[in-house]
Design a binder for this molecule. Structure first.
Ligand code: KIV
Ligand code: ZN
Length: 389
């Protein structure tokens, strides 16, 4: 099943909420779910229905309120969890049960205390049970990247036979390296005889800062057609693959990826701010796409370039992700051209080039003492001059 459509699966409300200190109320989750629907996210993982009554109610409320995105609930690979997920998803226009079990030797032996054969059998029975309740079934092999590839291939083959429609291979602990992860997904798909019957998905954590790169390699090298991600990269420990970065990489480098995403990118900044405000997790200023400085130009050479042609230093348009415009930050590195442009924007008309030069000299003096020069500072230094002259 290979197509040029890349499915965006957002798990801000489930894996994102696993971030210590990021828990959200039902109303807050509903607000975020509506924003994700506005963004045109394909699948919203609304929670883990069996984990608590509160989470069950959140999944249920989101399933009833959201019409345009598929709503998904996580569940362990057991009948009780799966039945609870199906129950919570009853009101959904389109629902998905996402069931998972660990497949790495370490997790099977130490955490689950199960043999590989038992895990294989439990995977088979869980997907069979889930498939009787719903058509759209995702199976995740937790710690999939650290699993024995031949065993993992057997598990994938069995669950696809039982009717799993999406197979997700998480890098649960953020251990992967892009090329290796991409190759792992590609080899795994080759080893699974019925691999074409499912959509392959990547789910990467950011412990080594490579969640986005690994996810993109899983798509490009491995042939995955679903990325699991969160707004602002929120998630357990160092977080998950960031939605805004993955989506803008796919869009900006369509020449390389050749894939389509449905995301309406103009709602990205609003989504980022909403998640930050609700969770209290601030976004670092230099964060790609959604950081306050992501489209700010401070050096004189860059400002001059951008004023002449934006493409010189901008690979994306600020407006395309929901910023009102790019930002020329006036400071000690700014050049005369940027200064003159700001005077024009402020409606200041100086009579001669000599006056502009004098004002620019005063601006440079001030900028040596003050890291950022605001419009009020410029107006003050221009007005001072007209008073003294
Ligand atoms: O990181 C992980 O393995 C997960 C699974 C439950 C999908 O979040
Ligand atoms: Zn995860």
């Amino acid at each position: 099943m290979s197509s040029d459509k890349l499915i965006i699966f957002d798990t801000t409300l489930r894996d994102g909420e696993q971030s210590p200190g990021a828990s959200m109320t039902r109303d807050e989750k509903l607000r975020i779910a509506r924003q994700l629907e506005r963004l045109k996210v394909d699948v919203i993982e609304a929670g883990f229905a069996a984990s608590s009554n509160g989470d069950f109610e959140c999944v249920q409320a989101i399933a009833r309120a959201i019409k345009d995105s598929t709503i998904c609930s996580l569940s362990r690979a057991n009948d009780r969890d799966i039945a609870r997920a199906a129950e919570a998803l009853k009101g959904a226009q389109r629902g998905r049960i996402h069931t998972f079990i660990a497949t790495s030797p370490l997790h099977m032996e130490k955490k689950l205390r199960m043999t590989p054969e038992q895990v294989l059998e439990q995977s088979r029975l869980s997907v069979r049970f889930a498939r009787n309740l719903m058509d759209d079934i995702e199976f995740s092999a937790e710690d999939g990247y650290r699993s024995d590839i031949d065993f993992l291939a057997r598990v994938c083959e069995v669950v696809i036979d039982e009717g799993a429609t999406t197979i997700n291979i998480p890098d649960t602990v953020g251990y992967a390296i892009p090329e290796l992860y991409g190759e792992f997904i590609r080899t795994l798909r080759e080893k699974v005889p019925n691999s074409d019957k499912a959509i392959w998905s990547v789910h990467c954590h950011n412990d080594l800062g490579m969640a986005v790169a690994n996810s993109l390699a899983g798509v490009k090298i491995g042939g995955a057609r679903q990325i699991e991600c969160t707004i602002n990269g929120l998630g357990e420990r160092a977080g998950n693959c960031s939605l805004e970065e993955a989506v803008m990489a796919i869009k900006t480098r369509r020449d390389y990826f050749g894939l389509q995403v449905a995301i309406d990118t103009q709602h990205i900044v609003a989504a980022s701010r909403m998640v930050s405000q609700i969770t209290g997790f601030t976004v670092q200023p230099n964060k790609a796409v959604v950081g306050a400085n992501a489209f700010a130009h401070a050096s004189g050479i860059h400002q001059d370039g951008v004023l002449k042609a934006r493409d010189t230093y901008e690979i994306m348009r600020a407006e395309d992700v929901g910023w009102s415009a790019n930002k020329i930050v006036l400071g000690k590195l700014s050049g005369r051209n940027a200064f003159k442009q700001r005077l024009q924007e402020l409606g200041v008309e100086l009579d001669s080039e000599m006056e502009v030069n004098a004002a620019f000299a005063r601006f440079k003096e001030l900028a040596d003492r003050k890291s950022e020069i605001f419009d009020e500072d410029i107006l003050a230094l221009v007005n001072d001059e007209s008073i003294s002259s």
